[in-house]
Design a binder for this molecule. Structure first.
Ligand code: PHE
Length: 344
């Protein structure tokens, strides 16, 4: 019996030395077959178990198992370090320098229109305006009639319209029809909403006008809302959008859905009001149209004009992006020139 245990322990010493000598994965596989496999040396030694007495057999068997487990664990460790060394050799032979910095992946960025839109939404959000989603395809009534454009009135021609094959169904020419949708949903509650989105006009495409563009509209309805509230809101907007200390100027204007109506200018972002090519030497840049919501429009939205008042404003999103970033051709926004999209 002591002889068998002695043989097993000698085998362990021999096997461990052989394992250290193994340098490659196939050698470790051969090692396993030679020592621990079904036809290996361990099996050969254990054939002697049959000659042992009943009492001796379990003790020798137990010792044999311990040695087997120790050798199997040593094999795993050896295989891992061989795999790591093989990986190192492979990387070296392929000339890969693992310390070299990686290539920076190209990531996309927001379209300039979306950048400007999000910036404007953020500013209006701080003043309590909530985004209200309104459809791009409208009826003639929502786009014009309910906004107090009289039928066949020349004011409709201010905004050349894309019609559809369905009578009375058109592509909206401005975001103002959203005013009616928002009012009808919330009347008689006070509201402060913004309506960002696409608009369409059947116009010649030039450096200053596209047939598809974005607007963002603001609308506030409540009791005692005055023109001063409109002024304060727009001054705050201009200061946040175009920089602190900005001045704004109101010029009288006309829109069927507001009364009084104004167009609003900001002092030129380029020359600060001194006069330059961008502001055509006037010192001012037009940024939006606005006014107090017309009583008929309040009524069409479900508010009693004797009790409620409100203001509205609307502006082109690309136009704001152009003024802020010095872009002089609106066509660049939708002609998919990556050089422009990456720069702005
Ligand atoms: N809807 C007008 C336009 O597209 C802008 C506007 C909105 C004017 C709200 C006044 C009030 O030109």
């Amino acid at each position: 019996m002591s002889d068998l245990i002695g043989q097993l322990e000698a085998l362990q010493v021999e096997a461990q030395a052989a394992l250290v000598a193994a340098q490659h994965t196939p050698e470790t596989e051969a090692w396993y077959a030679a020592y621990l496999g079904r036809k290996g040396k361990m099996t050969t030694i254990l054939r002697g178990l049959g000659q042992l007495s009943q009492e001796e057999r379990p003790r020798v068997g137990k010792r044999a198992n311990e040695i087997k487990e120790t050798l199997e664990a040593a094999l795993l460790v050896r295989q891992e370090s061989i795999a790591a060394a093989e990986m190192q050799r492979m990387l070296a032979s392929e000339g890969i320098d693992v310390t070299m910095p990686g290539r920076r992946p190209q990531v996309g960025k927001l379209h300039p229109t979306n950048q400007a839109m999000r910036e404007m939404v953020e500013i209006l959000k701080q003043m309590g305006f909530q985004v209200y989603d309104s459809p791009e395809v409208e009826t003639d009534d929502f786009n014009f009639g309910l906004l107090n454009f009289p039928p066949d009135h020349p004011a409709r021609e201010m905004q050349d319209t894309f019609f559809t094959t369905t009578p009375d169904v058109i592509l909206r020419t401005h975001t103002s029809p959203g005013q009616i949708h928002a009012m009808r949903q919330y009347a008689p509650e006070p509201i402060r909403v913004m309506l960002p989105g696409k608009c369409y006009r059947n116009e010649d495409v030039t450096a200053r006008s596209e047939m598809m563009f974005y607007q963002i509209e603001g609308l506030a309805i409540g009791r005692n809302i005055t023109f001063s509230d409109l002024k304060g809101t727009l001054l705050n907007f201009a200061n946040q959008m175009y920089g602190e200390g900005r001045k704004i100027r109101f010029r009288k204007s006309y829109f069927p859905f507001t009364e009084p109506s104004v167009e609003v200018d900001v002092d030129c972002v380029l020359c600060g009001g001194a006069g330059c090519r961008l502001c055509k030497h006037t010192g001012w840049l037009e940024i939006l149209g606005a006014g107090m919501v017309h009583p008929i429009v309040l009524q069409n939205g479900g508010y009693d004009p004797a009790l409620y008042s409100g203001f509205a404003f609307g502006m082109g999103i690309e136009r704001q992006a152009m003024l802020k970033r010095g872009v002089d051709d609106i066509r660049l926004f939708y002609s998919n020139d990556v050089r422009f999209l990456e720069r702005v």
